[in-house]
Design a protein around this ligand. Structure first.
Ligand SMILES: Cc1cc2nc3c(=O)[nH]c(=O)nc-3n(C[C@H](O)[C@H](O)[C@H](O)COP(=O)(O)OP(=O)(O)OC[C@H]3O[C@@H](n4cnc5c(N)ncnc54)[C@H](O)[C@@H]3O)c2cc1C
Length: 325
């Protein structure tokens, strides 16, 4: 059942029509508990509150389903405004960007040009850029973009290693000179490139974390998994790894008490703060990861009507899948 729900939400996350519909609703489907508003000002205010309790941020101007050059250029202009807002407000934050949002699916060189325009401004202000990793089809191009950015603007960018990929350890070993965020992986991937069993993903994630903590320039341990966080705390103490070589990261709106606790305990902590009108795909992936998130969100903000619609959709999907078997 958990697997069916996961597939249900991952399929929804790729639905362009649903995305367009959701934008019309505004942040109403419960997403406001995990998305920090639709405007830059709202996101900056959220970051100020996080900074006040010792937490830094990485800001993601949400955007997916970019299929033409005008959309990609608009996304770039918006991200440049975010960089400017971080600089002028003085908040402690870097940015996270997605190559697909900047035109990777249209043309590699066009995307690289857009990323380099952002890198130029970020470099001028000393604001770090994380290139988020997406599906397997974009993995290698994202590493190539990272290397091209580094060649022109040294050390301004880093990326993500997704533990569900069979090749993750090779990717990690090739990129230890960068600041790396390690995650389990959020997209739907086939068994020929990725582990699909949760225990195997978790085991690989721990292996990668240990290697990265020992060898990489800087490791962002991005997980809400308290067992893995406890393991990392023990591992860094045993290996005398300085707190300046790693941090913990979590998503905005998830395990907020634990986020504050870790910062209070003296660990560097960064919260991933997404904002913008294009929140739908991001929100569906969060529901796919942990169906309980649906219960948390419904308790907080879902109204009865939305619950009913999603309930019917989920029911129809599940019955459809069961009948197909
Ligand atoms: C900062 C950040 C950035 C990310 N960037 C990317 C990216 O660029 N590309 C990408 O593919 N993926 C990214 N992800 C998503 C990531 O790949 C995982 O899909 C996501 O983090 C879920 O995995 P998890 O490690 O948090 O734990 P899970 O495997 O989802 O959960 C493990 C256990 O932790 C506990 N737990 C988890 N969440 C909660 C909660 N909300 N409340 C209470 N207990 C909980 C439960 O006991 C659960 O069984 C990112 C995640 C983070 C945190």
């Amino acid at each position: 059942m958990a697997e069916l729900l996961k597939n249900f939400f991952l399929n929804l996350s790729n639905n362009r029509t649903m995305n367009a519909g959701a934008q019309k609703f505004g942040l109403k489907l419960g997403a406001q508990s995990v998305v920090a508003g639709t405007s830059i000002d709202e996101a900056i205010n959220t970051i100020k509150q996080l900074n006040d309790v010792g937490i830094e941020a990485t800001i993601d101007n949400l955007g997916e389903f970019v299929h033409d050059r005008a959309e990609a250029i608009a996304a770039k202009e918006q991200i440049l405004c975010v960089v400017e807002a971080i600089h002028t407000s003085g908040v402690k934050s870097h940015i996270s960007i997605k190559p697909s949002q900047l035109g990777l699916d249209i043309d590699y060189d066009f995307c690289l040009e857009n990323v380099l325009d952002i890198a130029a401004k970020a470099y001028e202000y000393g604001i770090f850029i994380n290139l988020d990793q997406e599906n397997y089809s974009r993995l290698h191009a994202t590493f190539t973009i990272l290397e091209a950015v580094h060649a022109q603007y040294p050390d301004i960018a880093g990326t993500v290693i997704q533990a569900y990929f069979h090749e993750a350890m090779d990717n990690l070993k090739q990129h230890t000179g960068y600041r790396l965020r390690l995650v389990k992986g959020a997209y739907k991937e086939p068994g020929d490139v990725a582990y699909t069993d949760k225990a195997a993903i978790d085991a690989n994630y721990v292996k990668l974390l240990e290697y990265s903590l020992l060898h990489a320039k800087y490791t962002s341990v991005a997980t809400h998994d308290h067992r893995i966080i406890a393991h990392v705390k023990k591992f860094v103490a045993e290996h005398q790894i300085s707190h300046d070589r790693f941090e913990f990261q979590m998503l905005y709106g998830f395990r907020s008490d634990m986020q504050k606790e870790l910062a209070t305990e003296g660990y560097h902590f960064t919260t991933y703060v997404p904002f913008g009108e294009d929140w739908y795909g991001y929100f569906m992936r969060r529901l796919a990861e942990r169906p309980q998130n649906l219960a948390l969100v419904t308790k907080q903000v879902f109204n009865k009507k939305t619950n009913t619609i999603l309930g019917i959709a989920a029911g129809a999907f599940l019955v459809g899948r069961l009948l197909k078997r």
